[in-house]
Design a binder for this molecule. Structure first.
Ligand code: IMP
Ligand code: MG
Length: 180
């Protein structure tokens, strides 16, 4: 058990299990994109660890860009974007892979795809480490690669934060709702 501010979290996914799963995602992506020189879009801040681990396993040409989309507050998804910047690459005719730490309602990725589509990329697909399928509100999202389907409980670690804390944890922890 660990405590972050007012909340208690229990161990959920070990670093070993996470890295194993990312390796298998990397292999799938490489197989599909090997000849496409894709543009990877890392959605900051949460996806920085997932992104670095994904590309460490790659053996082909790709480019990488970083965007910042902030919509989450505390442990609740918000349906407005509070901060957005970084989309300065030329997207026309590019094959784009959005790298997310977690897709919950899908609002963040839906927003990002809306911003990208006007530049006419060749394709857009999403790779996400975690996915909360029961929370999804945008059912038309191109979610192609998923590390783990998880339940609705809030999680931290491996890049994911609770009000900016817990990103550094090597394993992923889940909110201990038994205590609340
Ligand atoms: P969505 O817009 O509802 O799909 O939520 C996506 C964003 O909210 C992610 O990029 C995360 O930054 C954040 N988020 C969603 N669920 C969690 C969670 O359980 N822990 C930490 N951050 C989360
Ligand atoms: Mg995020």
């Amino acid at each position: 058990m660990i405590k972050i501010n007012d909340l208690t979290f229990k161990p959920f996914l070990s670093e070993t299990k996470i890295l194993e799963q990312i390796k298998s995602l990397s292999q799938k992506i490489e197989k599909d994109y090997r000849d496409k020189a894709p543009l990877l879009i890392c959605v900051l801040k949460g996806s920085f660890m997932f992104t670095s681990e994904i590309v460490r396993n790659f053996n082909f040409d790709y480019e990488i860009a970083f965007v910042r989309v902030k919509s989450y507050d505390g442990t609740k998804s918000a349906s407005e974007v509070k901060e957005f910047y970084g989309l300065d690459s030329d997207l026309k005719d590019r094959h784009i892979i959005i790298l997310e730490d977690i897709v919950e309602t899908g609002f963040t990725t839906h927003y990002l795809i809306g911003k990208m589509e006007s530049e006419k990329p060749a394709s857009i697909e999403i790779a996400t480490l975690l996915f909360k399928p029961k929370q999804l509100k945008y059912s038309d999202l191109p979610i192609k690669y998923v590390g783990f389907d998880i339940s609705n409980e809030f999680v931290v670690g491996f890049g994911l934060d609770y009000n900016e804390k817990g990103r550094n944890l090597r394993d992923i922890y889940q909110l201990n709702s038994d205590l609340s």
